[in-house]
Write a protein that binds this ligand. Structure first.
Ligand SMILES: Nc1ncnc2c1ncn2[C@@H]1O[C@H](COP(=O)(O)OP(=O)(O)OP(=O)(O)O)[C@@H](O)[C@H]1O
Length: 227
């Protein structure tokens, strides 16, 4: 079933001009986005969840034009998980509490927190202090906290950039099962192409931007469904 669809989407700011192909994202699938640096992958995520507004074109989420939706509600449903893992000082458990309270949601039970930490390969006790975590450990805990927020769609921007290959594979393996179990849809940007054949249900490939005579860049693209 179609969950997200874009029509003639483009984004212009300063010298940046990105034009996207028309895209369709299916419900409950794990769709990977690939393409060279600067082609507009992260920008697409920010357009999809309303962090940026497109210059032209339309985005439909469950059949509704996202421009007609309340932005906060849109971001609640379509959650962007940046690779800059932001954690508050305090314990791991504090972060689950703060992020969920911020969204006016109940704090997950300790057993649920442990499950989210397990999925994200963040093998820490909930009482662990975040100040003692390394960069990769912070990313894993942050991913776990984001999972607890219960979004409908997750936009994962390089969620395994600070993880080793074994840990990244374990994360995607469990994330896939979690998505299937909860009916969640994930879009994933990764520069590790080795993850794609194993974990993607669908692949969107964006082409390199092309410089035109007015020094603007265009991302013409192709989509490719597999599995
Ligand atoms: N708010 C903005 N205003 C102007 N230009 C922007 C804005 N956001 C992104 N860009 C530009 O859009 C282009 C695409 O950036 P984006 O981060 O989406 O690429 P990307 O494909 O995710 O790259 P990478 O793989 O290196 O992370 C870049 O040239 C970037 O400088």
């Amino acid at each position: 079933m179609e969950l997200l669809r874009t029509e003639q989407l483009s984004f212009t700011a300063g010298n940046t001009h990105i034009r996207y192909p028309d895209l369709v994202v299916e419900t409950n699938k794990m769709t990977f986005l690939s393409g060279p640096s600067g082609c507009g992958k992260s920008t697409l995520f920010r357009l999809l969840n309303g962090t940026l507004t497109q210059t032209a074109g339309r985005i439909f989420y469950r059949g509704t034009d996202t421009l007609t939706m309340d932005t906060l509600e849109l971001r609640r449903q379509i959650l962007l998980v940046n690779q800059q893992a932001y954690l508050f000082d305090g314990t791991v458990e504090d972060n689950f509490r703060i992020y969920n309270q911020y969204r006016h949601q109940p704090v997950p039970a300790k057993s649920a927190i442990k499950e989210y930490l397990y999925i994200a390969s963040a093998h820490f006790d909930p009482t662990h202090e975040t100040a003692r975590l390394s960069g990769g450990e912070r990313q894993r805990v942050f991913n776990a906290v984001m999972l607890s927020l219960g979004a409908d769609v997750y936009l994962w921007d390089e969620p395994s950039s600070a993880l080793d290959t074994i840990t990244a594979n374990a994360f995607f393996y469990r994330l896939r099962a979690f998505n299937a179990d909860r009916g969640i849809t994930s879009l994933v940007i990764t520069h590790d192409d080795s993850l794609i054949p194993t974990f993607s249900d669908a692949l969107i490939t964006l082409d390199a931007p092309r410089l035109s005579s007015i020094s603007s860049a265009t991302a013409a693209s192709s989509t490719n469904q597999h599995n």
